[in-house]
Design a protein around this ligand. Sequence first.
Ligand code: ZN
Length: 237
Amino acid sequence: MAQAAKLAYRDYDFAVDPSRRDWNYDKMNGHKTIYLTFDDGPSANTEKALDILDQYGCKATFFVTGQNPEYFPWIKEAYKRGHTIGLHSMSHDYETVYKSPEDFWAEFDAIGQVVKEQIGYVPCFIRFPGGSSNTISNDYSEGIMSYLVNDVQERGYQFYDWTLSCGDGAVLTTEETIMYGCEETDEVNPTYLLHDGAAKETTIEALPSIIEYYQARGYTFEALDRNSLVSHHTIEA
Ligand SMILES: [Zn+2]
């Protein structure tokens, strides 16, 4: 597809300069900022996450899926409370998402429409299920990520990986989540991975301690925007 056609596809709401490739920089804004990112919601826990974020005056980013339609109104609520909404695929089923580039876009167009119904437009922020390292996607379509990382940017989207995590992709106790989630870092603008799922009660229970840990070290918590640091993993496969 020609460049102009790809940009037209995003029309008014495309947001990220597709010619820009210098995303892996640090010290983007002069102060210590953490970008908390919650994947896999909305869920039964979204409301609790939002209330804790409000309590601490924190903004965050929610990379949402279509797995729990009954909670879709929480996408709108998160947006209304000043958080950023990003896309994380409709089904989160790796086999479907990474079957082909066409299947990938069917998945992301579908969740884009879900989000548009809630907030009025299709956001430009993407997180690849499993991240962009391709260690997962490569199992389903060899080399697909090398194509997709360029394709999403040419279409005016931007993808975000992470530089810190509380480890809650695994099943952890609250104490373990706090232990793994509170990590000394030299990074000025870390992007921090958490999960917003019905089974992630321990993440919610750990969240106040994680926020307090970084606030005590001078960090503020902001939602990703078009000028935020963009963290990209290295494509491994
Ligand atoms: Zn996910």
